[in-house]
Design a protein around this ligand. Structure first.
Ligand code: IPM
Ligand code: MG
Length: 355
């Protein structure tokens, strides 16, 4: 097949991990006989430096015209002062919103070989296989903001339609997996959460009676995630709760550097990015874990390009490389030798070539 993929390396370790994702896409094209047209574009802090805008018009247009977007990471100390006029994060939020990417899928599965890498006990995390479905274009991230010398406010708004569409995505996913959906809210305090719970219950009763639904308050969910993570299948939640809980959930796998994500809208086009940030503390040293990005490439192949066999081959190659001990500094046992970003990429690609 022919496909166009926009590549947004971004800031910090973004360009380093994206380079491995690009190699992976090129190898998939070669190995499976596809033609992928990859176009690299400035985004985030890098685009602020070049064009005075974290999301330049040309980058947005290229993303609109692409079948999928692969993103590294954005942000850094240079652009994060409290009074900074332009923020890389604003570009990411605008890109998600402009492309209508309301559903953020964050799968968290523990590779058998890495059960010991988590800070939690291996017996607690072994076999964990869950997916967060985070609402991505609403809530407190996008509500009106106000600021005076003595007061600040961020408004959290959800509409029925916004809740319905994300619940449908999550419920359909649960139906294709183990048939269990956990909806997370704070309905004992927040009005938006009361609406969330009501709408979720109605959609599930009327359209997904076969999917088992439970409602869990966000504070309790934070606890149960590390107490009994194997019990969860699909979890659906609003924007900010999803942001917080997915960083927590990443620790089940051993490293934030392993987690991919897919941001999807009404059609097939999506934005795919590792959930880790730009990690300025290790940027430029070639030691970042490329697995989150390579697994994001797998999600890109599956969801936007509809190439499930290719996606599975990439995931298998990552699993095999990790099982064989290919580990970057974030995962390595004390005293053992860590692989560089490029060497970890090599370990995955050599397995993909043989698959
Ligand atoms: C994420 C990130 C972003 C978010 C930031 C960079 C704006 O933390 O994708 O989880 O909060 O959504
Ligand atoms: Mg986050």
């Amino acid at each position: 097949m022919k496909a166009r993929v926009a590549i947004l390396p971004g800031d910090g370790i973004g360009p380093e991990v994206t380079a491995q994702g690009v190699r992976c896409l090129q190898q998939v094209a070669q190995r499976f006989g596809h033609q992928f047209e990859l176009t690299e574009l400035p985004f985030g802090g890098a685009a602020i430096e070049l064009h005075g805008d974290p999301l330049p018009a040309a980058t947005l247009e290229a993303c609109r015209g692409a079948d999928a977007v692969l993103l590294g990471a954005i942000g850094g100390p240079k652009w994060s002062a409290p009074d900074a006029p332009l923020r890389p994060e604003a570009g990411l939020l605008r890109l998600r919103r402009e492309l209508g990417l309301f559903a953020n899928l964050r799968p968290v599965s523990v590779q058998p070989a890495l059960a010991d890498a988590s800070t939690l006990k291996a017996d607690t995390v072994r076999g964990v296989d869950l997916v967060f479905v985070r609402e991505l274009t609403g809530g407190i991230y996008f509500g009106a903001k106000e600021r005076s010398a003595t007061r600040a406010s961020d408004l959290c708004v959800y509409t029925v339609a916004e809740i319905e569409r994300i619940v449908r995505v999550a419920a359909a996913l649960a139906r294709s997996r183990r048939g269990r959906l956990t909806s997370i809210d704070k309905s004992n305090v927040l009005e938006t959460s009361r609406l969330w719970r009501e709408v979720t219950q109605r959609i599930m009763d009327s359209e997904f009676p076969d999917v088992k639904l439970e409602h869990v308050l966000v504070d309790a969910a934070a606890m149960h995630l590390i107490r009994r993570p194997r019990d969860f299948d699909v979890l659906v939640t609003e924007n900010m709760f999803g942001d917080i809980l997915t960083d927590e959930a990443s620790m089940l796998t051993g490293s934030l550097g392993l987690l991919p994500s897919a941001s999807l809208g009404a059609d097939r086009r999506g934005l795919f990015e590792p959930i880790h940030g730009s990690a300025p503390d290790i940027a430029g040293r070639g030691i970042a874990n490329p697995c989150g990005t390579i697994l994001s490439v797998a999600l890109l192949l599956r969801h936007s390009l509809q190439l499930p066999a290719e996606a599975a081959a990439v995931e298998q190659a990552v699993g095999d490389a990790l099982a064989a001990g290919a580990r970057t500094a974030d995962l390595v046992a004390p005293g053992a030798q860590a692989l560089s970003t490029a060497a970890a990429g090599d370990a995955v690609l050599s397995r993909l070539a043989r698959s």
